[in-house]
Design a protein around this ligand. Structure first.
Ligand SMILES: [Zn+2]
Length: 98
């Protein structure tokens, strides 16, 4: 028997956004209520992660606004969920000797 486990999150599960610098691993954690604009660089470097106001900056700012909007629980007649990729198959149960 194979059991497939699917992990999902819904916007109301999301409370904050984090930016991690891949050079020094400093993590900046912002609750969604205060996160308005993306972080554009880390204190460890003068190099910007993205141009201020560029496509990626605008996309991240829009993403943060959408997360903030949809993270607030509302009495809607539907629910939106996001499925997470799983690195390893979970829940495989062998009942037939395979
Ligand atoms: Zn850094």
């Amino acid at each position: 028997m194979t059991v497939e486990t699917k992990t999902t999150i819904q916007p109301s599960d999301i409370s904050a956004i984090e930016f991690e610098c891949l050079k020094c691993h400093t993590v900046t954690h912002w609750p969604l209520e205060v996160a308005k604009n993306p972080l554009t660089r880390c204190h460890c470097s003068e190099e910007n992660w993205m141009p201020y106001g560029g496509d990626t900056y605008v996309a991240l700012a829009n993403f943060m606004a959408l997360l903030n909007r949809f993270s607030k629980a509302k009495a809607e007649p539907y629910r939106v969920r996001l499925a997470l990729n799983s690195a390893l198959p979970l829940g495989h149960v062998s009942g037939d000797g395979d």
